[in-house]
Design a protein around this ligand. Sequence first.
Ligand SMILES: [Zn+2]
Length: 158
Amino acid sequence: MFIELDGWKIDLRFSAAHFIPSHDKCSRLHGHDYGIRVRVYGEVAESFIIDFLELKRYIEEIIGGLDHRVLVPEKDGISKHSISGDQVTVEYQGKRFSLFKPDVYFIPDSSTSSEALAKFIGNKLRDRIVSNQNVSKIELCVDEGPGMGAWVEIRIEK
Ligand SMILES: [Zn+2]
């Protein structure tokens, strides 16, 4: 059995700017309104697999850090970033952005694609609910706008 939250209907959304240096159009700094969809699989115990509102709160706490920020990959093979004081400078392909450091969120991956964001958010969610003995699997999707997203599947071993 699984439970499902659709972030487009219950406001599990965030807005952020990013860039994908390896892609023609997406190498330009641009933004999305992202939505989260999640399924949590497991056994029902004391009426629930996991409380809907508890699950929603965990996701809100994770995506709250990304909201209205510029997402920068920590280890992109094309772009380079440097930090000086409260400024982050990002450079690639002749482009140079200087950003206020508190406005930046570093994603510990080689990209800030929906695929990378799904993996990042899904792993953080796993850390939050791994102690729940009912849960056996998480499927989490990051949509770049309604109907276009990347799903990650994370099994929780007991
Ligand atoms: Zn994009």
